[in-house]
Structure formats: C-alpha cells, structure tokens
Design a protein around this ligand. Structure first.
Ligand SMILES: *[C@@H]1O[C@H](CO)[C@@H](O)[C@H](O)[C@H]1NC(C)=O
Ligand SMILES: *[C@@H]1O[C@H](CO)[C@@H](O)[C@H](O)[C@H]1NC(C)=O
Ligand SMILES: *[C@@H]1O[C@H](CO)[C@@H](O)[C@H](O)[C@H]1NC(C)=O
Ligand SMILES: *[C@@H]1O[C@H](CO)[C@@H](O)[C@H](O)[C@H]1NC(C)=O
Length: 473
C-alpha cells in the first residue's frame, strides 16, 4: 500500500514523460494497482469514458455528455479533446495540472464563460478550439498565459463585442477564427498584440463599419475575410491601412455598398481581391494594385466593362464577374491587362463579346472564357471565340485536367438567344454544324447609295450626310 501511494504520487508529479514511460514499462501491473487503489476514479491513468493514447499523449473524451472537465487526465497529456460535451464554464483549476498541453479542443460545448486565467497553466498550448459554444464575452485575461498559441477558433459563439486587449498576450497567434458571432462592435485595440496574425476570418458578422482601427494593429496579416457586413454602406479610402503584407482580401455580402472610393484600397499590395454580393455599379479603379492576379466582382450591378477600366493590372490573370448586370464590354475593355487567363462573365446580360475588347495580342493569354447564361446574339462578332486556337470555350470533355479552373460543373455552355433560327442552340453546335453555321450572317455593311448632297459648314461645325447601307453585323 505504501508502494502504491508512492508510485501514484510519482506519476502525478512527474513532468518528464520518459521517466513515466520507463516506470510504466517496468511496473505495469503495479501502476495499474496504484491507480486503482490510490487514485480512485480514473483507471490506468485515463479518465473514465475517455480514450487515451500513450504514444501520442492524447486523450479523447469526444461526445461523452460530460458536464465538467474530467478528473485524472494524465499530466503529460499533449492533446485533449473535450469536444461535443456539456461543459458550461471553465475556471483556472480545470486544467491546472496539464502543463504539457499543446492542443485543446473544447468545441461544441455549452461554455458561456471563460474565467480570466483559465489557461494560465498551459504555456505550451498551440491550438485552442472554442468553436460552437455560447460565449458572449471574452473577458480581458481569458487567454492570459497563452503566449505560444498559434491557432484560435472562436467561431460560432455569441460574441457581440470584442474588448481592448482581448488578445494582448497572443503574440505568436497566426490564425484567428471569429466567424458567426454577430459582432457589432470591435474596440480600436481589440487586436493589439497580435503581431504574428496571418489569417483572420470575420464571416457572417454584423459589423456596421469596417473596423479599420482594430485591423490596423495586424501588421503581419496576409489573408482577411470579412463577410456579411449587412450594414456597411461604404468603405473609407484608408479602411485597410498598416497592412503591408495583406495579399488576400475578401469583402463579401455588402448589399448596401454602391461604390468604392477612387482609388480603392490605397496602400495595399493585394494579389487577390473579392468584393462580391454588393450593389456596386462600376468596376472600381484598382490600377495601383500592380500585383493583383485575381479579381472577383461577382454578384454586383456592374453594367459595363469600360475601355481601359482595368489599366494597370498587368498581372491580372482571373476576372470573375458572374451574375452581375453586365450589358456591354467596350472595345479595349481589357487594355492594360495582358495577362488575363480566365474571364468569367456568365449569367449576365451580354449580347456579345467582341474581339476588339482585347487590344491586339491581349487575347492570346486568354485560356478560358465563361459566357454561358447570357442572351447572346449568334452573329459573326462571336465567331472569334471558336476560331481561336486553342479554343476558348472548352467542351467539358476536353477540360484541361491540369488546370481545373478552366471549367466548373455549373458552367453552362453558351447558347444563342438570337437570331430566332438559332435560338437555344449552343455556340459550339452552331459552329460545328455547317447547316447551322450558314445561318450565322457575317457580311460587312456596304454603302449602296450616296445621294449627292452639297453641304456647307464652317470649320468645327457638324455636317450630316445621309446614305444607305446594306449588311449584317
Ligand atoms: C445580426 O444580423 C442578423 C441577420 O441580419 C440578425 O438576425 C441578428 O439579430 C443580428 N445580431 C445582432 C447582435 O445585431
Ligand atoms: C442598389 O442600388 C439601387 C440603385 O441605387 C437601389 O435602387 C437599390 O435599392 C439598392 N439596393 C440595396 C439593397 O440597397
Ligand atoms: C507586393 O506583392 C508581391 C507579391 O506578393 C511582391 O512580389 C512584391 O514585392 C510586393 N511589393 C511590395 C512593395 O511590397
Ligand atoms: C467569387 O465570388 C462569388 C460570390 O461571393 C463566389 O461564389 C465565387 O466562388 C468567387 N469566385 C472565386 C473564383 O473565388
């Protein structure tokens, strides 16, 4: 009995896993006995109803209807999974023994509060998952002591505000998930201290303004996703400042946003930009984003792609303008964007897309064009699309496997809406069927009668000459 007690004490206070492993190898039965006799509750160093793995030093108590953090988790545990239980609160004593913890999953519980200092004894914690709880507030100090944290998931909670200093000790945090929280306010210094944060997701939040001041603390940020900014009607010119490393910015579901300042996103150096599900009626001036490779303006009210509207975007490879209100692509619309590889203008109101949209040679980089679900007029203006080698309108069977971006399953093949004789025929059918191809009329207009009409005007004034012409576009 004395021996049992002694070995239990040594197990509990051992901080070195190797001595523990040695002990368990030498004295497996004694250890079990010790646990049973002297440490009531957990059998064999594993809490009741949990599964423990010695080699990985992990303990899983996933979906065990636990109301409290179980007793008897081996102190050398590195990974603890308490997800899908019924934990309601956390206090400092819950984990005070588990100083080796690196991964802690508390997702899908009923946690309504995290007391300050709850994790003070976990200096090695790298991943903390609090997703899917009932947290309404993250009090200052809730994350105190977590200086090694790399990933923190607070999504699907009920956080309404983020207070100053909420993350002040998380200097190494790289990923922060705050989506699905109904956040309405973010204190200006809420993100102070997050010097290493590279990714931030704030999806489906309720913010009424871009939290520019809070975001300005995130000097290392590379990827930022803000979505469902249902009340945001404008993005101020310097909303995203002090973010020299930001490369990927997504602003999604801003139904009230009608315009962006010009130039927009000043001071940033983005490679991908998505401003989607907005009420934007024009392509914003973005020419200063010299490294922009992907631009997504889908689900907007953009009506026209204007000549030179993409000027300066020399590295732009993908333009997505799906499900907008596009009626017209002007000649030279793609001037200054010679690297364009993929153009997605599907589900718009385009009658045509003329080759002249691409300045001489600019269309050669184009590898994929998505123009399905548009009221296309099948006349010779569209012929260049199919005559080009390699063809732009891939049939699904010829999809380039190495480059799946060229077609997606929901890509509708473009169809003719007019002339009536070709209605509902796909462009591909029309051009591959000689009978149908004959219905595509491509005669240049020809002047047939010029009435002799002497006109006298002063220099600088307009003169009108009437003539008749025949032909088809
Ligand atoms: C957040 O927005 C949703 C949907 O618009 C709304 O139902 C909810 O009440 C809002 N929450 C807060 C805290 O404003
Ligand atoms: C979008 O803009 C149009 C024109 O300004 C306006 O009529 C419409 O109400 C706006 N939609 C929303 C959701 O604000
Ligand atoms: C902008 O980003 C590109 C791509 O990441 C990078 O090559 C370039 O050096 C950056 N320019 C500046 C001024 O930071
Ligand atoms: C562009 O944005 C739309 C709407 O948010 C989204 O569905 C689509 O996946 C995005 N496209 C790309 C290539 O990211």
């Amino acid at each position: 009995m004395v021996l049992s007690l002694a070995s239990c004490v040594s197990v509990r206070s051992s901080s070195s896993s190797s001595s523990l492993l040695l002990l368990s190898r030498l004295l497996p039965s004694l250890l079990l006995l010790a646990a049973l006799l002297a440490c009531p509750g957990p059998a064999g160093g594993c809490p009741a109803r949990c599964e423990c793995s010695v080699p990985t030093r992990s303990v899983s108590c996933h979906r065990r209807r636990m109301l409290t953090v179980p007793e008897g988790v081996p102190i050398e545990t590195r990974l603890l999974d308490l997800s899908k239980n019924r934990l309601r609160s956390l206090a400092p004593q819950n984990f005070s023994q588990l100083q080796q913890l690196e991964d802690l999953d508390l997702s899908a519980n009923l946690l309504a509060s995290v007391e300050p200092g709850s994790f003070r004894a976990q200096p090695r914690l790298r991943t903390l998952i609090l997703r899917g709880n009932q947290l309404t507030l993250l009090p200052r100090g809730a994350l105190a002591g977590l200086g090694e944290l790399r990933a923190l998931d607070l999504s699907q909670n009920k956080l309404v505000v983020l207070l100053d200093g909420a993350f002040e000790e998380q200097r190494r945090l790289e990923t922060l998930e705050l989506s699905d929280n109904q956040l309405v306010f973010m204190a200006p210094r809420a993100f102070a201290g997050l010097l290493s944060l590279r990714q931030l997701a704030l999806e489906r939040c309720n913010l009424s303004a871009v939290p520019g001041q809070a975001l300005a603390q995130l000097r290392a940020l590379e990827t930022l996703r803000l979505s469902q900014l249902a009340n945001v009607a404008e993005v101020p010119p310097h909303a995203f400042r002090n973010m020299p490393r930001l490369r990927h910015l997504t602003l999604e579901r801003l139904p009230l946003l009608e315009a962006l300042p010009s130039p927009a996103f000043l001071g940033l150096n983005l490679t991908t930009l998505a401003v989607t599900q907005t009420n934007l009626s024009a392509v914003p001036a973005l020419g200063h984003l010299r490294h922009l490779a992907l631009l997504n303006l889908s689900h907007s009210r953009v009506r026209v792609l204007r000549a030179g509207g993409l000027r300066g975007l020399a590295r732009l490879e993908e333009l997505h303008l799906r499900s907008a209100a596009l009626e017209r692509v002007e000649p030279d619309a793609f001037l200054g964007a010679p690297s364009l590889r993929l153009l997605d203008v599907s589900s718009n109101r385009l009658a045509t897309l003329e080759r002249s949209a691409f300045p001489e040679g600019h269309d050669l980089s184009l590898r994929a064009l998505r123009i399905g679900r548009n009221p296309l007029v099948c006349d010779c203006r569209l012929r260049w699309l199919l005559q080009r080698a390699p063809p732009l309108l891939h049939a699904p069977a010829t999809t380039d496997k190495r480059n799946p971006a060229t077609t997606t399953p929901d890509d509708a093949p473009p169809e003719c809406a007019a002339p009536a004789s070709l209605a509902a025929k796909t462009l591909r059918e029309v051009w591959s069927d000689a009978q149908l191809a004959r219905l595509v009329v491509c005669t240049k207009p020809r002047v047939i009668a010029v009435a002799t009409q002497p006109v006298q005007v002063e220099e600088g004034q307009r003169a009108w000459l009437n003539y008749s012409a025949i032909g088809f576009l």
